[in-house]
Design a protein around this ligand. Structure first.
Ligand SMILES: Nc1ncnc2c1ncn2[C@@H]1O[C@H](COP(=O)(O)OP(=O)(O)O)[C@@H](O)[C@H]1O
Ligand SMILES: [Mg+2]
Length: 262
């Protein structure tokens, strides 16, 4: 009697919540539009995704959010983001998402890092498909529109491209001083430092920041937020690879800047 009941319960749990018409339609439409997703953009592939991608066991897909060369992002019914991506070249993105997830579990999380609920890689025949379920933020390009700066996305992207070199200078600064830089205040302290060996680096960081400010696109809080996010990432060994307004956003509650794609 008890056994039957348990079996019934298990069977009920085995039916993925994501096995619904809207989920199928959205997957079908947008997998077909993304070249990197072609191995899965057929009925067998879609069945496979619905049955094997863990977040779809408990959630439906409600909306298409966007996609790039190697991935595609959807909104889930729990208001999180589901990203499907191929990571066969480097496996790096998957490693980054795992690092964020581990940081959360070991209480080294931060509001400036994406919150990763689930991530994994599943094999469809011999073709790996990676997925990640993370918190949803307001993509920065959308944030610019909301705040009356929608016509200047190119300027913002230009300014973004100047952030990565600052991070390299910060790394060099650490090498020279032997001190790990964990927040922006420490860099500011170096601005007053007269130690000749680090002056060129400090000056370069100062000039880069001034150049970004002079473009009058980011507020002070925004540029500090981007720097904080990049510094938090680097603490986990994640470099800044591809910063542009489609790859980071603003947390709707804490207003922290979060870089969700690299
Ligand atoms: N956490 C997120 N919150 C809000 N939107 C997101 C999030 N992750 C991805 N998106 C949306 O989906 C798009 C594609 O996701 P992204 O992670 O940049 O993948 P890709 O590798 O394809 O560039 C983004 O440009 C953004 O519009
Ligand atoms: Mg992207």
């Amino acid at each position: 009697m008890i056994k039957i009941k348990i079996n019934k319960l298990l069977n009920e749990n085995q039916q993925p919540v994501g096995d619904d018409q809207q989920t199928r339609t959205l997957l079908n439409t947008y997998l077909q539009k993304n070249r990197s997703m072609y191995p899965y953009s057929n009925p067998k592939g879609i069945d496979f995704i619905i049955n094997n991608v863990q977040p779809l066991q408990n959630n439906k897909i409600t909306k298409f959010l966007g996609g790039g060369l190697y991935g595609i992002a959807f909104q889930l019914s729990n208001d999180h983001v589901l990203k499907l991506f191929v990571d066969s070249f480097s496996g790096k993105d998957q490693a980054y998402y795992s690092a964020y997830k581990n940081a959360l579990f070991s209480k080294k999380g931060s509001p400036y890092l994406p919150t990763i609920y689930t991530t994994g890689t599943v094999m469809f025949y011999n073709i790996p498909l990676s997925y990640v379920e993370m918190n949803k933020v307001i993509p920065f390009e959308e944030w610019l529109k909301k705040t009356g700066r929608g016509g200047r996305i190119n300027v913002a992207d230009q300014a973004c491209s100047e952030v990565a070199p600052i991070m390299y200078d910060i790394e060099d600064l650490e090498t020279f001083t032997g001190k790990k830089i964990t927040n922006f205040k420490q860099i500011k302290q170096y601005f007053g430092n007269k130690q000749p060996s680090i002056q060129p680096l400090v000056e370069r960081i100062r000039l880069s920041l001034r150049s970004i400010y002079s473009q009058k696109i980011f507020t002070k809080e925004e540029i500090m937020g981007i720097m904080k996010a990049a510094i938090e990432m680097r603490k986990l060994g994640i470099p800044l690879n591809d910063l542009h307004t489609g790859n980071f956003g603003v947390d709707p509650v804490s207003q922290a800047i979060v870089i969700y794609d690299n």
